[in-house]
Design a protein around this ligand. Structure first.
Ligand SMILES: Nc1ncnc2c1ncn2[C@@H]1O[C@H](COP(=O)(O)OP(=O)(O)OP(=O)(O)O)[C@@H](O)[C@H]1O
Length: 516
């Protein structure tokens, strides 16, 4: 544990979530931002024991100081009437466990790290408060042309940003019909879209922006947008954002905040490394955890098949017979995605595909036709694995097992969402490293799934580690259960990349820099 602590500390870079000004002037905020929201008196006066019982029943784990009480229904959260009606219209009648605790925490103005399984309703947990906050701010002081936003949501992919923006718009739209609420405007700020249309919206002022890091940084640098009034920052799929090479972008974005902000980090997977450094940069944060961060959704039946490389296409066709559509097929490489797509079309399967090499329009078209049920199969790289909420996916097929177990958790989490059950089938073979297979084996053990013989016979030194509280003990760097941080393959790769970056920065690609 000592070694683990040392390694995590050496990896932690708390500066990512602090602005240069805050670091340079050692500015430290000691109190969370106040909000006008309070739970009803009956809930405020609940004893600690009652709150603990509610959390225990819903398997909510919390950590932090002065944690706001959990609230088990939307009405007591004092959400505006149109929002309550819209929720009911959508069949959302009771908050999910993460919402029970996260909504009161966020509405109280607290910084938060929220972790809960895929498909457990994390999006609404930060979207509803952002709308409430925008209404409140607009009442106090309406924004004028080119002012705003008050709230900013950052997502790791364009598709996820678009989906989150649609959720924001849906709820904002339902309030527009009522005269007694101010009009709230939101904007989608992603690459691959004509910047002019985004600038037109900004001209009229905007309350909520949902963005991907690259385009956001671009807009801020060109002074097309500012964060002077922004006081609410959400990083959705935060571990992916902070771990995917977006750190520099995020740090630059944070530099544009003028004052203290409420910072919220959400994900289904959040290795301790990220939790540790995020925690140290947040103000009196509350950690809300439903289940182990990084555990698979228990609503997914996970099947694993040993399939030789050359037999994969045939197996895929057979596998597609297991359930009715819609089905998602994942593969790590863009070339494989193209090949699988081509093969399926040849076999007369109604398939579409997306990966990072495709034009934005093509990606949006594939997603929308799949979501609308016009296509039966979506073949994708991991761009589609994080956060995307496709309705009623019956089956997720992993054409290959991803190297990183977090990606596996996110991929299979596209099915079995919000109480429904789904199946995942994963093809493995001798190409996978033993560490990856051990991580997979332990995810299956934890979720009480059948262990195929090929995985059962793998034995390891950690043999499903537990911590003091008999909880599954995961690698602090990547969340894998099959190894410790000392033998984390991802850490090894990160170190090699870091060393390479250092070498090229200091020595260039050839020869020495003048000062050497
Ligand atoms: N309280 C609720 N009751 C019923 N359905 C809900 C509730 N909250 C959200 N949902 C629905 O559940 C689905 C999944 O929610 P969401 O996309 O927010 O999951 P998530 O936790 O963000 O998953 P991921 O980790 O994959 O991003 C959505 O279709 C959403 O409308």
């Amino acid at each position: 544990m000592e070694v683990e602590k040392e390694i995590i500390e050496s990896l932690s870079d708390r500066k990512t979530l602090l602005s240069v000004r805050e670091v340079a002037k050692s500015i430290q905020y000691s109190e969370p931002l106040p909000t006008g929201w309070k739970p009803p008196l009956a809930i405020r006066s609940r004893s600690r024991k009652v709150c603990e019982n509610i959390r225990k029943k819903r398997r909510i784990l919390v950590d932090g100081e002065d944690i706001p009480p959990p609230i088990s229904n939307f009405k007591d959260m004092r959400l505006p009437e149109p929002i309550l009606k819209k929720l009911a219209e959508k069949g959302i009648l009771k908050p999910t466990p993460i919402q029970v605790q996260a909504l009161p925490v966020i509405l109280s103005g607290r910084d938060m790290i929220g972790m809960a399984a895929t498909g457990s309703g994390k999006t609404l947990a930060f979207v509803l408060p952002i709308i409430m906050m925008a209404i409140q701010e607009e009442y106090m002081m309406p924004i004028l042309g080119r002012e705003g936003p008050f709230g900013l949501v950052i997502c790791p992919s364009r598709e996820l940003a678009k989906q989150t923006y649609d959720v924001v718009e849906e709820f904002v739209e339902c309030m527009r019909k009522y005269n007694n609420y101010p009009a709230i405007r939101s904007m989608l700020c992603i690459g691959g879209v004509d910047m002019r249309s985004q600038l037109e919206i900004l001209e009229r002022s905007v309350h909520i922006v949902v963005a991907t890091p690259g385009r956001l940084k671009d807009m801020l640098a060109k002074k097309k947008m500012n964060l002077d009034n922004c006081r609410y920052l959400v990083l959705d799929e935060a571990d992916r954002i902070l771990d995917l090479g977006f750190e520099d972008e995020i740090r630059e974005v944070i530099n544009y905040f003028r004052d203290q902000r409420q910072t919220l980090l959400f994900s289904a997977t959040m290795p301790k490394k990220i939790q540790t450094f995020a925690r140290s940069a947040l103000v009196k944060p509350v950690i809300v955890n439903v289940g182990r961060a990084g555990a698979a959704s228990l609503n997914v039946i996970q099947e694993v098949e040993y399939v030789k490389q050359e037999a994969k296409f045939l197996c895929l066709l057979q596998c597609l017979q297991k359930t009715p559509p819609p089905v998602l097929v994942f593969s790590e490489s863009k070339a494989d995605v193209d090949n699988i797509h081509e093969y399926l079309i040849l076999k007369r399967v109604e398939a579409v595909s997306i990966h990072g090499g495709k034009e934005n329009e093509e990606r949006q078209h594939a997603i929308s036709s799949f979501k609308a049920g016009r296509k039966d199969v979506l073949v994708a790289t991991d761009v589609a694995s994080k956060g995307l909420d496709f309705p009623n996916i019956q089956h997720v097929i992993n054409f290959d097992m991803p190297d990183q177990i977090e990606n596996y958790i996110h991929r299979i989490g596209r099915t079995g969402r919000c109480g429904k059950t789904g199946i995942s089938t994963t093809f493995i073979n001798s190409r996978q490293s033993e560490t990856t297979l051990l991580d997979l084996k332990h995810v299956l053990i934890e979720a009480k799934q059948r262990i195929p013989p090929v995985l059962a016979k793998l034995s390891d030194e950690t043999e499903v580690a537990f911590d003091n509280a008999r909880q599954f003990k995961d690698c602090a760097n990547c969340g894998g259960l099959g190894h410790s941080i000392q033998s984390c393959p991802k850490l090894e790769r990160q170190n090699i990349q870091l060393a390479a970056r250092y070498m090229s920065h200091n020595f260039g690609t050839g020869g020495f820099k003048a000062e050497f």
